[in-house]
Write a protein that binds this ligand. Structure first.
Ligand code: FAD
Length: 432
């Protein structure tokens, strides 16, 4: 196992800030029930708490617009119900698609005012890491994650060891340090001879080492594959690179600010209503996870995340403080005592945050994205037909790919990658 960084966990990553462990990557667990990550989290005693589902809408003059926000949200929910029924049919017929934003409009929603746009942002862009105009409506609605896990609760990880603790424990359950199986700080730069012509696959790393293998499983993020940071020799076939580039990789940045005092609302979410969509819009009150921590989290996605990624730390913090002073004009908003963030967009081992389904991407494209090329197999969160983008997606993809490879090793006539290709929850009842 060659890992480019100095740790396991990838996009599950936490930093300590003023004594609190704060997740800068994955932090929500989606649904209990059949979510395999919940089983693992419970086994290793990971701490997580149910989302509170409380929010405040505040505009740039400090007005509390929560009642208006609630009214818009009710309308939004009605539209989503209609949209769910329509897209369910499109899926089972495997026809047509439109953007999530177009789907909302078709079924009666239009974000014509700032409050409605804030609702759309929070429910769409914030969830997908990208603007609703970029995401497939057919594959976003209905939101299958909760249906597949048979539970629709959201939980937030607040474990002092960080979410990636469960990855450490999983690793320890099958390898020990003395096995020398896991090698850290090994950045893969080139993959040679992958095309299965009876010679070994050669994997080159930045430090000049070359590793030989009969088969290789690639778990790079989609962003790393899209950025072409790893050279494939011979180049990957066009059908594979097309699928890689047609799928979407979102941008998502999380910033934490710690103040000596709390001056904000006591709801879990605080939404900034203003003219610029997604500009420091989604705030999470960390006091609801870590009482009296005086910490706020703000997330930006899509083009605003790109813009934030181009700012220096000082600019980012200063913009955040300006927004807070707009939201709370009657409070004394001090400078933060501490802050932390992580720039997934420019991290060469990630190059973005998580995958999203683009309107042009088809189920057949997903087969191409999943399918092995020669002796190269693929795994990761982006390889899932109904449930991509999450920690549990990455976990199930890893298992399916391992099963595909084992099947192929045991019987060379069965190297068709069927575990992955056929993996999708059975929604055939939707078509009756
Ligand atoms: C900001 C953010 C918020 C998120 N929020 C949530 C959430 O709330 N809930 C949720 O379920 N999911 C969330 N996700 C998504 C979730 O974190 C990912 O879907 C999942 O962790 C991806 O796992 P993976 O194994 O596919 O990829 P990764 O975790 O990215 O693992 C890939 C590994 O490959 C290594 N690597 C990359 N390139 C090379 C190279 N050239 N050589 C060697 N090694 C390399 C990386 O270092 C990394 O360890 C979030 C992600 C981000 C970034």
């Amino acid at each position: 196992m060659l890992e480019g960084s100095n740790r396991v966990g990838g996009r599950m990553k936490a930093f300590e800030l003023s004594g609190y462990t704060l997740e800068v990557g994955a932090q929500w667990i989606y649904g209990l029930g059949l979510n395999p990550i919940v089983t693992i989290a419970n086994e290793y005693g990971l701490d997580f708490v149910e989302e509170e589902d409380t929010w405040t809408f505040r505009d740039k003059n400090g007005n509390d617009l929560t009642d208006d926000g609630d009214a818009e949200y009710e309308l939004y929910e009605e539209v989503i119900e209609k949209l769910d029924n329509a897209t369910r049919r499109l899926r089972c017929e495997n026809t047509g698609d439109f953007t999530s934003q177009a789907g909302l409009r078709i079924y009666g929603w239009d974000a014509i005012n700032n409050i409605a746009e804030t609702v759309e942002f929070f429910e769409n862009d914030f969830e997908n890491g990208i603007e609703s105009a970029a995401v497939s409506g057919k594959f976003l609605y209905p939101f299958e994650v909760f249906r597949e896990h048979q539970n629709d609760e959201w939980h937030l990880v607040n474990d002092p060891r960080g979410y990636s603790y469960i990855v450490e424990k999983l690793k320890d359950s099958f390898i020990t340090d003395s096995d020398n199986i896991l090698m850290l700080n090994k950045i893969v730069t080139e993959i040679e001879n992958w095309n299965g012509d009876n010679s070994e696959v050669l994997v080159h790393t930045e430090d000049g080492s070359i590793y030989e293998a009969d088969f290789v499983i690639l778990t790079f993020s989609l962003g790393v594959l899209q950025s072409e940071k790893v050279l494939f020799n011979p180049p990957l076939p066009k059908w594979k690179t097309n699928a890689i580039h047609k799928f979407g990789f979102a941008q998502y940045i999380i910033l934490y600010l710690e103040f000596g005092t709390t001056f904000w609302d006591d709801t879990q979410a605080i939404l900034y209503v203003q003219d610029r969509r997604g500009f420091f819009t989604a705030w999470l009150n960390m006091n609801t996870l870590f009482p009296d921590s005086n910490i706020l989290q703000v997330s930006m996605v899509g083009s605003e995340a790109k813009a934030a990624n181009r700012m220096s730390d000082d600019e980012l913090v200063s913009e955040a403080v300006k927004v807070l002073r707009n939201m709370y004009p009657n409070e004394t908003v001090p400078e933060p005592r501490n802050f932390t963030t992580f720039r997934w967009l420019s991290d060469p081992l990630t190059m973005g945050s998580f995958s999203y389904w683009t309107p042009a991407f088809t189920l057949e494209d997903m087969d191409d994205l999943m399918l092995q090329t020669g002796n190269l197999y693929y795994a990761g969160e982006h390889l899932n037909k109904t449930n991509h983008g999450y920690v549990h997606s990455a976990y199930t993809s890893g298992i399916n790919t391992a099963l595909d490879l084992i099947t192929c090793i045991e019987d060379a006539s069965k190297c068709n990658g069927l575990h992955n290709r056929k993996y999708a929850a059975d929604h055939s009842k939707d078509c009756e």
